[in-house]
Each structure stands twice: as C-alpha cells, then as structure tokens.
Design a protein around this ligand. Structure first.
Ligand code: RIB
Length: 310
C-alpha cells in the first residue's frame, strides 16, 4: 500500500472555553482548560492513520516536553516519524484556542514549525517520492511549501493543499495543486468571493477550477461541502449532530478525502465518508483527541443505515 506523506505543523493546543471572546483590555472568566496535541499537519497525519492509511510525517518539534508529547502521540497512532526533526533551543508550536458555543478562535505561535525549511524537505525527497499523495497546509514557511510541491511534481506525486490558515496564494502555486480543501474564510482569501450562499461557494469552486486546480472542495461547517465531481458542482450536507467543538474538523475532513482518494474511491464516495469523519470529530472536544478511528466511522455509518431502513 502506498503511503500518504504529510508535510506540516505540530502544535500543542492550550484550549479554554469561554462565554464570549474578550475585547482589547478586557479580562473575562473562562472554564474547562485542557492541553492537547494539535497542529494542522499532525492532526491530518493522525486522522489519516486512524482511518487506516500508512502515513509519514515531515515536520519539526522543539526540544521541550511539548515536543516529546507530540512525537509520542504520533508514534502511538502509528504515524512514521522518521521525518520529524527536533530543533534545539526552540519551543514547539503552540496554539491558544478559545471555544465559544462549540466554535473556535485560534492563535498559533509557530516555534519549531518555522524551522521546516526547504533543505529539510529536500532531505526527505525519498519519503515524498514513494508516496501516493503529499498533504500540505500553511502553518510552515511558504518557501518550504513551494519546495515540497516542486519535489512532489518531479516524482508524479499528487498534492493536496489545505490552505489554512487563510492566506492569499499566487496563481503559479495554485495551478500546481491537485486537490484543494479551503473553508469559507480561506476561500475568500484565495478568490475574493465572500461565501454567504451555496451559490457563492459553487461560483468559488468554478473560479478555483479555472486557476487550474482539478479538484476543489469548499467546507462550510454544518452547511456541508461544495465540490466538483467531473460532471457538476455539487452540494452535500453532513449528518446532523450536536456540535461540541469544531477544532480539527477541517483537518479530519481533509485527511478522510486523502484516504479515500488514495484507496481509489470516487470523489462522491470520498465526500460522503469525509462528512461522517468531520461530523464525528465535532462531536468531541480537542484536536487529535477527537479524531475518529475507522471502526468508529463504520459503526456510525451502520447506525445511520439502520435508521434509514426503519
Ligand atoms: O485545525 C486545528 C488546529 O489549528 C489546531 O489543532 C491548532 O493547533 C491549529 O494549528
């Protein structure tokens, strides 16, 4: 089985729930503090591994306790960590996350993630070469993302970009992406189209396809996903569920799409699967803590089928 190579960030998430976001100069009381393993790259690596893929990750951690926790968690989840480098004298990536009514606001201090250099990516060219798909996000330096895309293209490896956090990207870069998974905010940064309606999302998919991206999937939270399937631009709703915490929903959706496409499924099948994976993710607290295993996904699908049949 060919593997998925994730090149990206690892963060420790410092998470707190609050009744609202404070304004500048204001102190408010929060509750339910927790620390958990996160980072968009590591979340996607763990998600894909829990869904049954062989995953290799390239990234950097600091030489602190947080770095050790991040590494152990990847190993426990059967992610190949030979591409993870420890950077001396630097802190691991940290994300402070505030949850208000299940929705999150995140600030990331990249720390060691800033040391994922083009040279580090080049040192792992063989890992990338032997993968079926390279997954990237935007929490590592842009020049390293450009290098990773260059190496992937050289070896005919497909590239999936989850363009998060939101950033404008030049057309030359976008045209080299095979699969793109922005949310509404990220999509607006890339296209200038403000997504208010499903038709806006459909227009944005068309816009991004014209930039040369063959497969675009715009995630819309509880409103599902808008994507192209070779024949039309479709809208698919996720299963309904009580949302506890949206953290890592986009990461698990991205990983699930990767897992299914690498296994040879159609984009329609991949979207149906990824919607379930993201739904299960938002039903629990935390980033990597909330990512479902393939057994949990299958169980959930069985329950839905039972209810549909009766
Ligand atoms: O996508 C969720 C992730 O974004 C969090 O785990 C946090 O670390 C930030 O990278």
């Amino acid at each position: 089985m060919k593997s998925i190579c994730v090149i990206g960030s690892l963060n420790i998430d410092l998470v707190m729930e609050a009744p609202k976001l404070p304004i500048i100069g204001e102190t408010i009381m929060g509750h339910d503090f927790m620390t958990t393993q996160g980072g968009k790259g590591a979340n996607q690596a763990v998600a894909a591994a829990r869904l049954g893929s062989h995953v290799e990750m390239i990234g950097c951690i600091g030489d602190d306790l947080f770095g050790q926790q991040l590494l152990s968690n990847l190993i426990e989840n059967h992610v190949d960590v030979s591409g993870i480098r420890t950077i001396s004298g630097v802190s691991s990536g940290i994300a402070t996350i505030t949850i208000v009514d299940g929705n999150n606001c995140i600030i990331v201090a990249p720390g060691a993630n800033g040391y994922v250099t083009p040279a580090l990516i080049m040192a792992h060219e063989n890992t990338m070469k032997n993968s079926a798909l390279a997954i990237l996000q935007l929490e590592i330096p842009l020049e390293s993302i450009i290098k990773a895309i260059e190496i992937a293209k050289k070896h005919g490896v497909k590239v999936l970009l989850n363009p998060a956090p939101a950033k404008y990207l030049p057309d030359e870069l976008l045209s080299q992406i095979d699969i793109l998974t922005p949310n509404e905010t990220e999509c607006e940064s890339l296209t200038g189209i403000k997504i208010v309606t499903i038709d806006d999302a459909k227009a944005a998919v068309g816009f991004l396809m014209k930039k040369g991206i063959p497969q675009v999937l715009i995630t819309l939270g509880k409103h599902g996903v808008v994507y192209n399937n070779g024949e039309e631009i479709k809208h698919k709703l996720p299963p309904a569920i009580d949302v506890v915490d949206t953290t890592a929903a986009g990461d698990s959706f991205t990983a699930a799409i990767a897992v299914k496409l690498v296994a040879g499924h159609s984009i329609d099948e991949a979207v149906a699967f990824a919607n379930v994976v993201a739904t299960l993710t938002v039903s629990k607290k935390g980033a990597q803590k909330s990512l479902p295993t393939i057994d949990e996904v299958n169980c959930f699908v069985c329950e839905i089928d039972k209810h549909t049949l009766h």
